[in-house]
Design a binder for this molecule. Structure first.
Ligand code: AKB
Length: 327
């Protein structure tokens, strides 16, 4: 029997592109997109789900006989700090709902996105190991640590096949992030292509782990396709792409667009970033399921600038184009 996939949070930066990739790989009919509202450009099967309501998730899971859930809905690190209790409530309730619906309705696999935000001041900042001490200083980070432990609990207690990745900041031209500390690394390319200066909310030398969206999606699919016995870590896997600071990405852009200007006005997001790793040790993901990143800063810069130049200057034609900037 063919798998049926439910993507919760399909309007978001990762969810929108993951939905397209799953449809390309497994067939459009096999993938149900869902979010709290339907974005006007969405094609294919879409169900409106408020994931804080377990019943709404269960209805869709039963209607389509869903076998895998990808739960991408969450409030990210920076936005979370402006509404701490709401962030805890939403991030935890939605994930516990997903786990319970999966457990009680025969769903085979669940994907849970964790984040580098699980790390805090106690972890080594360079090549942070998978099993570093976790003492996050954001509500988002606290919710991700808790989610990881719940994932492991459901696997151990109920044999539910929950798998998870700690994403670095994700950079892509097709969609916009919202509410994260790493969002600057997407906005900077938009400003550069539009010929506008960029006021950066991180300090010039605040280096963070990042990953190109194609690598992030490929990692997700590779993790979910790996044989059960290969998955040795049931909290979440570190994955590394590359690391750079605002100054380094600005220089890469200036090599291609010499007139590009950047200024720095670090705010509370710089404090969040100062507490996160600068680089990630992803040995376990490499060993267990063969993870290997492909994109470096030069390739990301070329790809982002070309794609966004095309986006801002050409009319959209294909379905894939339609998903561009779908928030
Ligand atoms: C954020 O900045 O909050 C996210 C993340 C690293 O999880 N992009």
């Amino acid at each position: 029997m063919k798998d049926v996939f439910l993507v919760i949070g399909a309007n978001g930066q990762l969810g929108s592109i993951l939905t397209l990739s799953l449809r390309e790989q497994y067939g459009t009919k096999q993938v149900i997109a869902s979010d709290i509202t339907k974005h006007k450009t969405f094609l294919g099967t879409f169900e409106t789900i408020d994931a804080t309501d377990r019943f709404q998730i269960q209805q869709v899971v039963r209607k389509y006989k869903v076998t895998q859930i990808f739960h991408l809905a969450a409030i990210l690190s920076a936005k979370g700090e402006t509404h701490p209790l709401k962030t805890w409530e939403i991030n935890m309730t939605t994930f516990l709902n997903v786990l319970e619906v999966a457990r009680t309705n025969g769903v085979k696999k669940v994907f849970y996105p964790s984040s580098i935000a699980v790390f805090g001041s106690e972890a080594a900042q360079i090549k942070t190991p998978n099993n570093a001490c976790l003492n996050p200083n954001t509500v988002y980070g606290i919710s991700k640590v808790s989610g990881e432990i719940w994932a492991q609990y459901y696997h151990e207690k109920y044999k539910l096949d929950v798998r998870s990745i700690r994403y670095p900041g994700v950079i892509g031209h097709q969609s916009l992030p919202g509410g994260g500390t790493t969002d600057y690394a997407v906005s900077i390319f938009h400003k550069a292509v539009l010929g506008e200066p960029f006021a950066c909310y991180l300090g010039a030398n605040t280096s963070l782990p990042m990953i190109y969206i194609e690598d992030a999606i490929r990692a997700t699919l590779e993790l979910m396709e790996a044989p059960q016995e290969a998955i040795k870590i049931r909290t979440a896997y570190n994955i590394a792409g590359l690391s750079f600071s605002p100054k380094e990405v600005a220089l890469a852009i200036q090599e291609r667009i010499p007139s590009f200007k950047i200024t720095y006005a670090p705010d509370f997001r710089d404090k969040i970033a100062q507490n996160w790793p600068q680089s990630i040790d992803d040995t376990a993901a490499k060993q267990d399921w063969g993870w290997l990143p492909r994109y470096n800063l030069s390739q990301i810069t070329d790809t982002m600038l070309q794609a966004l130049t095309a986006y801002y200057t050409k009319p959209l034609k294909t379905n894939k184009d339609r998903s561009i900037l779908c928030i």
